[in-house]
Design a protein around this ligand. Structure first.
Ligand code: NCD
Length: 310
């Protein structure tokens, strides 16, 4: 299989059929997993080879999720977790690191990196496919897919869901991937954020709300985003107090939502900033469902890309 065909760097040009089959497979794996658990059976795919997971930026959910998905799909994950203790600390480049790991014959790479590294170009330089596990601000395709499958599972047709992103949209790779995915699913998207958290260019068709109350009235799916201080420049203004007052999701705001709406967050959460912990027990809050579905989605994707299975 040529790498460009089985790599996943972004969600551009995905067909409705591909997304549909990926979601069906994800939900089928979930159903089977639950059945295996109930009958104390063994969920086992047999060993197919190794997968190289390179996490050059911090991660908990995505790294664990890919490790679990690889194992469940039969690919043993080999993990480079941060640059500490690796030759990257001695000045070796990421590219050289990848060439050396490629020589050890993994069947595919899963890579998280900052914007400086050119993941797209790397795909052309090696013969092993790459799955993007978060690339700077450019994209986080499997996060958008796992969010979308969770919405689909709970609410059905994505084209009928108004998805609202609240907060640090400017620095969010999750939003970048959702914009690409919406071209396939047809979901209407909107932003609500302080001026300095909005991107310079708003993608055509995306609504912008100034007032949170109006945005919440419009939305059927509410996706709060982490304030990503690590990506802010020195001049970025940010007052927790103002943010919490104007954009924070609290019980009072949640109680006014439609009973059918969904409350989501890609994690990790800054409690007391974008979300108050009191909302976690609300039945509309599906944050941990996103995490649960993430493993099934990634397993389905790996099986699709590398086993031709859907
Ligand atoms: C996101 C990420 O790393 O892009 N989290 C995740 O992968 N679940 C969002 C974030 O860091 O805020």
């Amino acid at each position: 299989m040529p790498p460009s065909k089985s790599s996943l760097i972004n969600l551009k040009n995905l067909s409705v059929k591909t997304v549909g089959s990926l979601f069906s497979k994800t939900l089928e794996l979930k159903k089977n997993f639950n059945q295996y658990q109930r009958s104390a059976g063994v969920y086992h795919s047999g060993y197919k080879g190794t997968a190289a997971l390179l996490f050059l930026e911090p991660s908990t959910r995505t790294r664990f999720s890919f490790e679990a998905a690889c194992s469940r799909a039969g690919y043993h994950p080999l993990i480079l977790d941060g640059i500490a203790g690796t030759s990257l600390e001695k000045g070796e480049t990421i590219e050289d690191t990848i060439f050396n790991i490629e020589a050890m014959r993994p069947l595919f790479f899963v890579i998280r990196s900052d914007d400086q590294f050119d993941m797209q170009q790397m795909v052309e330089k090696i013969s092993v496919p790459i799955i993007n596990a978060g690339w700077g601000k450019r994209g986080h395709p499997t996060q958008a897919l796992l969010d979308a499958v969770t919405i689909f599972e709970k609410r059905g047709d994505l084209a009928k869901q108004n998805i609202l992103f609240i907060g640090d949209i400017k620095h969010s790779r999750v939003v970048s991937s959702h914009i690409e995915l919406a071209a396939t699913t047809g979901s209407p998207l909107a932003f609500c954020a302080p001026e300095n958290f909005l991107p310079e260019q708003i993608t055509s068709g995306v609504k912008v709300f100034r007032k949170l109350e109006e945005a919440l009235d419009w939305a059927t799916v509410i996706m709060a985003l982490r304030v990503q201080k690590e990506r802010h420049g020195v001049d970025a203004w940010f007052s927790v107090e103002d943010y919490r007052k104007n954009f924070g999701i609290n019980l009072d705001r949640v109680q006014k939502l439609n009973p059918d709406s969904l409350l989501m967050h890609p994690g990790p959460i800054n409690y007391g900033v974008e979300i108050e912990s009191e909302i976690l027990t609300d039945p509309r809050c599906v944050i941990l469902k996103q995490v649960e579905n993430g493993v099934f989605l990634r397993e389905a994707l790996i099986r699709n890309l590398f086993d031709g299975d859907l």
